[in-house]
Write a protein that binds this ligand. Structure first.
Ligand code: FE2
Ligand code: FE2
Length: 229
């Protein structure tokens, strides 16, 4: 049976390459060192997220999880989004004048990109710094007053209430393209674009699983500890 790109991504070396690649994309150009066991667990999660052993991944420090998630954010902003945009530009240069669908697709993707950037910025500006502060507090680096002030102003619950499934919106892309291909066969650049978007959707889904089922429970534990101290 011929494998499609999705299968190749989740089973083959492409997956390993994509997970390790994000650790090379850093602001300072120095690659990020992450425990190999952690990388292997993340790869397992990409492979299959049913019955994933969350306890195993939780033995790593919250700092390591944050490092991975931040590297992933950077990877999305500096590599994945530009790549997808490049494909869209390519389609535009070839079919821009003839395909009405394209305008809809461009509008959608632009709006989506802005939503995703906002989502990531919120996490980088508010959520992650709050967790880092929780960590400092449990390590005795904050005064009692600073701790109560911090706990009064923010909470993990506040974040989880607003942590939307940004990946779900991406399904709209395939709906737009499919609507169009009911009438005509889909030109190759569209299939390539669709494929990239679907892989990205899978990426974002796994990323959200790590945030919701690894990072959040770890951070809640810290928060609880401080509240009951
Ligand atoms: Fe994120
Ligand atoms: Fe998120």
């Amino acid at each position: 049976m011929k494998k499609n790109t999705y299968d190749e991504l989740i089973t083959g070396s492409l997956l390993h390459q994509s997970v390790t690649e994000r650790l090379d994309v850093t602001a300072t150009n120095a690659p990020i060192e992450l425990d190999h066991e952690l990388i292997d667990l993340i790869l397992d999660l990409y492979d299959d997220d049913r019955d994933f052993p969350f306890q195993k991944i939780r033995k790593f420090s919250i700092t390591e999880i944050l490092t991975y998630l931040q590297a992933t954010h950077r990877y999305y902003l500096t590599k994945k989004l530009p790549e997808i945009e490049q494909s869209l530009l390519h389609i535009f240069s070839r079919y821009g004048k003839t395909h009405e669908l394209l305008a809809e697709l461009c509008l959608f993707f632009n709006a989506y990109k802005n939503d995703l950037i906002e989502h990531i910025k919120m996490e980088e500006r508010e959520f992650f710094p709050y967790i880092k502060k929780l960590l400092k507090a449990t390590q005795g680096e904050l005064s009692a007053e600073e701790i109560s002030d911090m706990l009064a102003k923010a909470s993990i619950a506040q974040f989880t209430d607003h942590h939307d499934s940004i990946e779900d919106e991406l399904m709209e892309v395939s709906q737009i393209i499919k609507r169009y291909s009911e009438f005509e066969t889909m030109p190759l650049p569209y299939s390539i674009f669709l494929n990239q978007v679907q892989i990205f959707e899978l990426e974002l889904r796994k990323h959200a699983i790590i945030e919701d089922h690894v990072l959040v429970p770890m951070a809640k534990e810290l928060e609880e500890k401080l509240k009951t101290a």
